[in-house]
Design a protein around this ligand. Structure first.
Ligand code: ADP
Length: 272
């Protein structure tokens, strides 16, 4: 059953990318099957759970999911839904905020590398090293050559992870500016969500175009076979979650994980 055509949304290596031409709404082929989405999501959750157990048992591979997107794009919600059926022992989520004093005194990948998955682990990055080529670029704090230098370091860093057994999958959650307006308004209208309101959400919104350009440049410069970027249409939360779940299950299945043989001869164990 093919509900999500996720491979169509892969960012081609090094080719120009125009986010304004890419949809934020579900693909019509998928929308036509929206009655099947809940059952498919449940099936994927079960598969993901089994694959996570295999990953842990084998300890030969790791998985890193990088989630990026504008404020309210749904990074937190996506993590909650996609990993809802996985044991909290089996997955680790890491969020990256504005670098603190010690982090600023290190290279920009220092704090990131420390949180990458060990073999057997599944890790989600809620924001990531990509903030370091988005925020300072939009704020005019890094020039073009420095930005290119950071892309270069990122490509090598992700290549190192790949060569060390860690699969890197990167999703840009693509929402429209109108959808963000609705979601920010919902936060302002709901007292239970007031704690989430940040001045930076409103400031960054004013630089929407600059952020889109910064994302286009970052995604097209760092998408590769080893660590591809996907532009996930994210105005629909259910579709976004299904997309990411489908992509992860496909990625984990591609690792051809096989359970290690038992270290002991189990025939010797007799229960009385
Ligand atoms: P979120 O918005 O993801 O829910 P926070 O409210 O903690 O989480 O916001 C994190 C903030 O930290 C965002 O505004 C993000 O742009 C910023 N940030 C993260 N990494 C960096 C970085 N390397 N440089 C500058 N700002 C960063």
């Amino acid at each position: 059953m093919n509900i999500i055509h996720w491979s169509d949304w892969r960012v081609p290596d090094g080719k120009p990318l125009d986010l304004s031409s890419l949809p934020t709404l579900p693909d019509p082929r998928s929308e036509a099957q929206n009655g099947l989405w809940p059952a498919r999501m449940n099936a994927l959750a079960v598969q993901l759970n089994g694959l996570q157990s295999m990953l842990y048992a084998c300890k030969t591979r790791g998985l890193l999911l990088v989630l990026q997107g504008m404020d309210t794009a749904g990074k937190d919600g996506c993590i909650r839904s996609v990993f809802a059926h996985i044991s909290p022992l089996g997955v680790r989520a890491e969020a990256f905020g504005v670098p603190q004093a010690l982090e600023k005194r290190h290279d920009f990948l220092w704090r990131i590398h420390a949180k990458t998955p060990a073999l057997g682990e599944m890790v989600i990055f809620n924001r990531s090293h990509y903030e370091d080529v988005l925020v300072p670029k939009v704020q005019g704090k890094i020039n073009r050559p420095l930005c290119e230098e950071r892309y270069h370091h990122i490509r090598h860093f992700e290549s190192l992870l790949h060569d060390s057994g860690v699969s890197v999958v990167k999703c840009y959650l693509h929402i429209s500016k109108d959808e963000q307006k609705k979601r920010l308004q919902a936060r302002l209208d709901d007292p239970l969500k007031h704690w989430k309101v940040q001045a930076s959400d409103f400031e960054d919104r004013q630089h929407w175009r600059q952020y889109m350009h910064a994302y286009e440049s970052a995604l097209q410069s760092t998408s590769s076979d080893e660590s591809p970027w996907y532009v996930v249409p994210a105005d629909s939360k259910a579709y976004r979650d299904l997309f990411v779940a489908e992509l992860l299950v496909h990625t984990l299945q591609g690792l051809s994980l096989t359970l290690p043989s038992p270290p002991l001869d189990l025939a010797h164990f007799k229960l009385r």
